[in-house]
Design a protein around this ligand. Structure first.
Ligand SMILES: *[C@@H]1O[C@H](CO)[C@@H](O)[C@H](O)[C@H]1NC(C)=O
Ligand SMILES: *[C@@H]1O[C@H](CO)[C@@H](O)[C@H](O)[C@H]1NC(C)=O
Ligand SMILES: *[C@@H]1O[C@H](CO)[C@@H](O)[C@H](O)[C@H]1NC(C)=O
Ligand SMILES: *[C@@H]1O[C@H](CO)[C@@H](O)[C@H](O)[C@H]1NC(C)=O
Length: 273
C-alpha cells in the first residue's frame, strides 16, 4: 500500500506540473466556429469516403496488449506534449484510419481480465474464463479434464484450414497468453512447457503451450521469445551458455517444427525474415 501511495503522489505532482506548463489556450479554440468547422470537415470526409469493396487477400491482427481507451488517450496526450502542444488535440496516425471500431474483450468470471481469457475472445470470438486459453467458459482454470470438448477454434486456425499461410509474431514469448490464444487450448496460461504441468495432467492427455505451438496448427512463421520452452532441459541455450531448455520430455520442438517443413518452405520463410 505504501508504495502505491507514493506512486500516486508522484503521478499527481507530474500531472500538476504538466497542466501548469501548458495553460495557454490557442486563440481560435475559444470560438465556437472553430469547433463547428472541425465537425463539418469530419462529416464531409466521412461522406466522401469510397468504400473499398475488394476482397482482402491477407489480414494481420495487430494487437497492443492492454491497449484500451485510457492507454490510447495517454499515448495521444504524450505524443502531443512531446511536440509542445497541450496534447489532447493531437491526432495519432490510427485516429485517421477511415474505419474504426471498438470491441469489448472481457473475461466472463472476473472484472479485471487477463491476457488469456481476452486472447480467447479476440482470436476465437468466444468469451472465456480468466487464465484459460482457446477454451469456452465451460473449462475451468488448471482443470485439465475440463479441456476436452471445450476447445474453440481461432481465426489463425481457420485461415490455415482455408489454405492460407499463417504466422505468429510477438515482442513477448510466443507462448505468452496473448499470442497463445491463436493456437492453443490450455486450461492454464502458465503451462508453458511440460515442466510446468503435473504428471497426472500429462497422463490425462493435456499438453503444454509450446508443444501445441508446434503440433496444433501447422504455423508457417513463428517469431518471438520463449526459446527455453522449446528445448529439453539438457540442451544448452545457443545464445546464453549458462541457460538450458525447460522441457522434461526430452523433445526438441524446434526440430519437430523444422523437420515438418519442406526445404522450399523453410527457405522462403528464412528469406522473409
Ligand atoms: C519544446 O519546448 C522546449 C522548451 O521551450 C524546447 O526546448 C523544445 O525544443 C521544444 N520541443 C519541440 C519539439 O518543439
Ligand atoms: C474438472 O473438470 C471435470 C470435467 O469438466 C469435472 O467433472 C470436475 O468436477 C472438475 N474438477 C474440479 C475440481 O472442478
Ligand atoms: C506436418 O505437416 C503436415 C502436412 O502439412 C500436417 O498435416 C501436420 O499437422 C504437420 N505436423 C506438425 C507436427 O506440424
Ligand atoms: C529434466 O526433466 C526431467 C523430467 O522432469 C527431470 O527428471 C530432470 O531432473 C530434469 N533435468 C534437469 C537438468 O533439470
Amino acid at each position: 500500500m505504501a508504495s502505491q501511495q507514493t506512486a500516486t503522489t508522484v503521478g499527481f505532482i507530474l500531472l500538476l506540473s504538466v497542466t501548469w506548463t501548458f495553460s495557454v489556450i490557442p486563440e481560435d479554440e475559444v470560438h465556437p466556429s472553430f469547433w463547428n468547422n472541425k465537425g463539418k470537415q469530419a462529416l464531409h470526409k466521412a461522406l466522401g469516403l469510397t468504400p473499398n469493396v475488394h476482397r482482402a487477400k491477407n489480414s494481420i491482427l495487430f494487437l497492443g496488449d492492454g491497449m484500451g481507451i485510457p492507454t490510447v488517450t495517454a499515448a495521444r496526450i504524450l505524443k502531443g506534449q512531446s511536440k509542445n502542444r497541450t496534447g489532447e488535440e493531437f491526432v495519432l496516425a490510427m485516429d485517421t484510419f477511415p474505419y474504426l471500431a471498438l470491441s469489448k474483450t472481457y473475461n466472463v468470471d472476473q472484472q479485471m481480465p487477463d491476457s488469456a481469457g481476452t486472447s480467447t475472445a479476440y482470436h476465437c470470438g468466444v468469451k472465456a474464463r480468466y487464465g484459460t486459453l482457446g477454451l469456452s467458459a465451460s473449462a475451468i482454470r488448471t482443470n485439465c479434464s475440463s479441456t476436452f470438448g471445450n476447445e474453440v477454434k481461432s481465426v489463425l486456425h481457420r485461415a490455415k484450414m482455408a489454405g492460407k499461410w499463417v504466422g505468429v509474431v510477438s515482442t513477448a514469448r510466443v507462448q505468452h497468453a496473448s499470442p497463445a490464444g491463436s493456437y492453443s487450448h490450455s486450461a492454464d496460461r502458465a503451462w508453458y512447457s511440460d515442466a510446468d504441468m503435473t504428471a497426472a495432467d500429462l497422463r490425462a492427455g493435456c499438453r503444454d503451450i509450446a508443444y501445441q505451438l508446434v503440433y496444433n496448427t501447422d504455423i508457417n512463421v513463428i517469431l518471438g521469445g520463449g526459446r527455453r520452452y522449446m528445448f529439453p532441459n539438457t540442451t544448452v541455450d545457443p545464445e546464453y551458455p549458462k541457460s538450458r531448455g525447460d522441457r522434461g520430455d526430452n523433445v526438441d520442438l524446434t526440430d519437430v517444427w523444422l523437420r515438418n517443413k519442406t526445404e522450399r518452405q523453410v527457405c522462403v520463410e528464412q528469406s522473409r525474415v
